[in-house]
Design a protein around this ligand. Structure first.
Ligand code: NAP
Length: 285
């Protein structure tokens, strides 16, 4: 029997509706939630992401403050901008779009963001707080996946969870969230031997590799929940995930489509974090 779709568009619409309600409630108290989006350079993919984020904000009533800097911006100049936004009481959330040009040290920039405004949850102090299960913000992609699972009534408790990929923004925090939800978690990566044997144990399989067609049906346990984080641009221009969707959908119980699965959830979680930042520290300086 083919798998049920985990519909990120529908689940993210619910999150957006809730966020819009919270924005209106804050506005009624004279607080206008706002997100500063900093883009350095002219990376075409980053430009699209930033435009989408600004459009998403507008739709739920969050004020977005665009901050465009040229490709040759120095680290010092960027740190000055971040410092100004950190101290601006009208700005509740700050997002610096990655990747940054090569003359800039990404870690130094992330570490310079006020953790209370770090709506990406990449700051070392926020990363540490996630480990302790005592956080204000969760990174958007893993948080979106947890929301998508909850929306479908899927609990990771007592399940074998396998994540392929160990990036700081997806794989590692995903593992922590599934662990906190009482899953038994394995993180696989490019040095994992016998990957297909490891993934075939998974009741919940999350792929965050970045290679189209990477997860084939033989790697999937019958009845597994398959979450495809991958976003791969094919030569045809079409967007594809990591999972061989047609074959895996025949074997899985639930599966996320690409597009329309994890992507819209990630976008919605940024809005959720921003409104939370505004609610926690309305005139934060
Ligand atoms: P990343 O930093 O490039 O990490 C990729 C991971 O895949 C690494 O941990 C790597 O292992 C692992 N890997 C590569 N080849 C492998 C192999 N043959 N076997 C097992 N593991 C392998 O990527 P990322 O930033 O996490 O992103 C992953 C994908 O998700 C990309 O397609 C990205 O565009 C997409 N993404 C989507 C969203 C969304 O909202 N939908 C959000 C973020 C990212 P090593 O560590 O050993 O190198």
């Amino acid at each position: 029997m083919p798998a049920k779709l985990l519909d990120g568009k529908a689940a993210s619409a619910k999150v957006r509706t809730q966020v819009a309600k919270e924005v209106r409630a804050l506005q009624a108290h004279g607080i206008s939630p706002s997100l500063a989006v900093v883009l350095v350079g002219d990376n075409p993919a980053s430009q699209v992401y930033v435009r989408n984020k600004e459009k998403d904000c507008e739709e739920v009533g969050i004020r977005s403050v665009g901050c465009r800097l040229s490709t040759d911006t120095t680290q010092e100049e960027l740190l000055t901008v971040v410092d100004r936004l950190n101290r601006d009481p009208m700005v509740h959330g700050i997002l610096v779009q990655l990747p940054l040009p090569k003359q800039i040290d990404e870690r130094a920039v992330i570490a310079a963001i006020n953790p209370a405004k770090d709506v990406d949850a990449f700051h070392p102090s926020n990363v540490g707080r996630i480990m302790l299960d005592d956080y204000d913000f969760l990174p958007c992609t893993p948080a979106g996946i947890m929301e998508l699972l909850a929306d479908a009534g899927i609990s990771p408790a007592g399940k074998e969870c396998v994540i392929i990929g160990r990036s700081n923004i997806v794989g590692k925090p995903m593992a922590m969230l599934l662990l906190h939800a009482n899953g038994t978690v394995t993180i696989a990566h490019s040095k994992t031997p016998n990957l297909a044997e490891v993934t075939a144990r998974a009741d919940i399989l999350v792929s965050a590799v970045g290679r189209a067609g990477f997860v084939t049906a033989d790697m999937v346990k019958p009845g597994a929940v398959v979450i495809d984080v991958g976003m791969n641009r094919l030569e045809s221009g079409k967007l594809a995930g990591d999972v061989d969707f047609a074959a895996v959908a025949e074997k899985a119980s639930y599966i996320t489509p690409v597009p329309g699965g994890v992507g819209p959830m990630t976008r919605a979680m940024l809005l959720k974090n921003t409104v939370k930042a505004a609610a926690l520290r309305p005139t934060n300086a």
